[in-house]
Design a protein around this ligand. Structure first.
Ligand code: TYD
Length: 215
């Protein structure tokens, strides 16, 4: 089993059903003696949580949104994620940069080349073998048709700015996730989220066991 730090992110359109599985993995890792840092984006630090409130509630243009989520990410990486990985924790992060490519890039149509530049600015890390861009070791993508996600969300709670978007927006978000997966297939585990919760959970567990991170 891998003893060093481990970075796992969870992605999907709103309503895809990530939360219970993130909690499940937290318990599974802890049961096997691993320290888990459970966190989310936008957010995860006091500053980044303030930015989250703005991004989720206030109208703004797509570039402003992209700059804000990356500013939040910078603080989150420096204050929480990098120190946790240094300690050897398992970092479980509810959304990370793929969400920016999917929502700001796909959903809102913001320029992907510019997002790649921002990713490089914010996430470049000096390693022993040179610079690299910090990204998750594994990204669990809960893939669900926007129609089904919308049914699951309906009436569940008061929608935020993104949850209130039309189906067409979420089709573009899904396409954004697909493109990110195609660019780094080894990093992604695509989970068919249109199954009973228990079946989804088994697939999530399998994706981690396949990498020998849980037994
Ligand atoms: P979400 O993670 O679904 O939290 P909750 O379950 O509490 O609603 O909400 C975060 C929202 O922020 C989601 O709609 C996606 C959006 N988002 C972006 O638009 N860009 C980003 O870079 C990130 C991380 C999230």
């Amino acid at each position: 089993m891998k003893k060093g730090g481990l970075f796992i992110s969870f992605e999907g359109i709103d309503g895809a059903g990530k939360s219970t599985h993130i909690d499940g993995l937290t318990q599974a890792f802890r049961a096997q003696g691993r320290a888990v840092t459970l966190t989310r984006e936008p957010g995860g630090t006091p500053l980044a949580e303030k930015i989250r409130a703005m991004v989720l509630n206030d109208p703004m243009d797509a570039m402003t949104e992209a700059l804000l989520v990356f500013a939040a990410r910078r603080d989150h990486l420096q204050q929480v994620i990098e120190p946790a990985l240094m300690r050897g924790d398992v970092v479980l992060c509810d959304r990370f940069t793929d969400a920016t490519f999917a929502y700001q890039g796909g959903g809102r149509g913001f320029d992907l080349e510019t997002l790649l530049i921002m990713e490089r600015w914010v996430q470049t890390k000096r390693g022993l073998e040179g610079d690299f861009i910090r990204n998750p070791d594994l990204t669990v993508w809960f893939d669900l048709a926007p129609e089904i996600a919308a049914q699951r969300l309906a009436g569940a709670r008061i929608p935020d700015k993104f949850e209130a978007q039309p189906l067409e927006f979420f089709r573009r978000v899904s396409e954004g996730y697909r493109q990110r997966m195609n660019a780094s297939p080894g990093r992604f585990a695509r989970i068919d989220a249109d199954q009973a919760r228990e079946a989804v959970w088994l697939d999530v567990l399998k994706s981690v066991i396949a990498r020998s991170w849980l037994v």
